[in-house]
Design a protein around this ligand. Structure first.
Ligand code: 8IG
Length: 271
């Protein structure tokens, strides 16, 4: 990213987004993580789709199964006014080494574009007994093991109730079988050792992944209401007896697509 301050950079990206999509303001942002791409069509027809690299400050997608696109979707709400969804079909991960400002630039762009709610999704490893690959879990809280923050300077942002209790309750109204868990972000890109997975469990974690926490912090700083949903795509390392493989992530996503799509579309209609 340039030497422009990150909030001005986000304003510039939001202005370009409005110009390219023809949508002046967006209401709800969604970031789709590993395994979530097959769910996107359930949200409705695209008003516009652009490449992330068409906007200032964004870089190309780096992971198979993530596409470097941003989709604007107009979502009809029965009995209410339509919502403009801003869907990021990929994210920049901390492990890409582009810096924390690059990781949270989409979040700040969404805030600058008008979004007051953000849905952060990811694919991750699950620790809790009984959880199965393909199962969605609401993020109740997080542990950030990246050792860093998207915020620079003496800005002491409160992270109590970071993951909105209101939005979690709404999800559980839609699907009472949804469980909750604490998400632990490791730096990656390697998966955990079995000993690190045990450590995450001792710390109070239930989900292990490589995204989301820095984005949630930036979203809170920007004043957005945050919903975090993990798709457990694999049992965390050492729990299944099998090695981890990125292809199982994509498989779990395909298998869970209609459940995830249904959940997301009901949530955005009721936020
Ligand atoms: I998908 O088991 C996915 N992403 N750290 N551990 C970590 N990240 C992940 C995992 C996992 N599965």
């Amino acid at each position: 990213m340039s030497d422009q301050n990150p909030y001005d950079a986000a304003q510039a990206a939001a202005a370009k987004l409005a110009e390219l999509t023809g949508v002046e303001r967006h209401d709800i942002a969604l970031v789709l993580g590993s395994g979530w791409l097959p769910a996107v069509d359930a949200l409705g027809e695209a008003t516009a789709e652009i490449d992330t690299t068409d906007l200032p400050g964004f870089s190309a997608a780096a992971v198979v199964g993530h596409s470097g696109k941003i989709r604007s979707i107009r979502c009809a709400v029965s009995g209410g006014s339509d919502r403009n969804l801003l869907v990021f079909l990929s994210r920049t991960h901390f492990y890409e080494g582009k810096g924390v400002a690059a990781v949270v630039h989409p979040i700040r762009t969404a805030a600058a574009a008008g979004c007051s709610t953000i849905v952060l999704t990811n694919g991750c490893g699950g620790l809790k007994q009984g959880w199965q690959p393909g199962q969605p879990v609401l993020i109740s809280d997080h542990i950030n093991l990246t050792g860093t923050s998207p915020i620079v300077g003496a800005n002491f942002v409160d992270l109590t109730d970071l993951y909105s209790p209101r939005l979690r309750a709404l999800c559980q109204e839609i699907d009472p079988s949804l469980d909750e868990g604490v998400y632990v972000q490791f730096p990656g890109p390697h998966y955990e050792t079995p000993a690190e997975v045990r450590m995450a469990g001792v710390m109070g974690g239930h989900l292990v992944g490589m995204s989301t926490t820095l984005e949630a912090i930036a979203a809170r700083e920007a004043g957005m209401e945050i919903l975090g949903i993990s798709l457990v795509t694999n049992l965390a390392a050492g729990l299944s007896g099998e090695p981890l493989d990125h292809s199982e992530v994509l498989e779990a996503g395909k298998a869970a697509a209609s459940r995830m799509g249904g959940l997301l579309s009901q949530v955005v209609a009721r936020v």
